[in-house]
Design a protein. Structure first.
Length: 107
């Protein structure tokens, strides 16, 4: 994630971008600091590396999931809980069976 001072160094105007500054902007965007393209003194676009985009997308998804988890926990606060050992016993699952089971991805 870029520091504010780094972002300020990576601001380019649309006119500079169109006059050959695009290659410099793309070169700057290879790191973790995005390049902000300005038009009429307003941000028009942000150029970033694929890795930074993937990182930010993943962070956004994690943040959304965290919010959903917090909401679910708040709703479940009034419900009685069942200890994990009781759930295993109810379904006839042993600790050794859990240890031997393969990991499963969700999503």
């Amino acid at each position: 994630m870029a520091l504010p001072a780094e972002v300020l160094d990576n601001i380019v105007s649309v006119s500079e971008f169109s006059r050959g500054g695009a290659s410099r902007a793309f070169e700057k965007a290879k790191g973790s600091t995005p390049v902000i393209v300005m038009k009429n003194n307003k941000p028009t676009a942000v150029i970033t590396s694929p890795e930074e985009y993937a990182y930010l997308s993943e962070m956004e998804e994690d943040f959304i999931l965290l919010g959903q988890s917090i909401a679910r926990l708040a709703r479940n606060d009034v419900r009685p809980t069942v200890p994990f050992d009781e759930v295993l016993a109810e379904f006839g699952i042993t600790d050794s069976e859990l240890d031997e089971a393969e990991d499963v991805g969700i999503g």
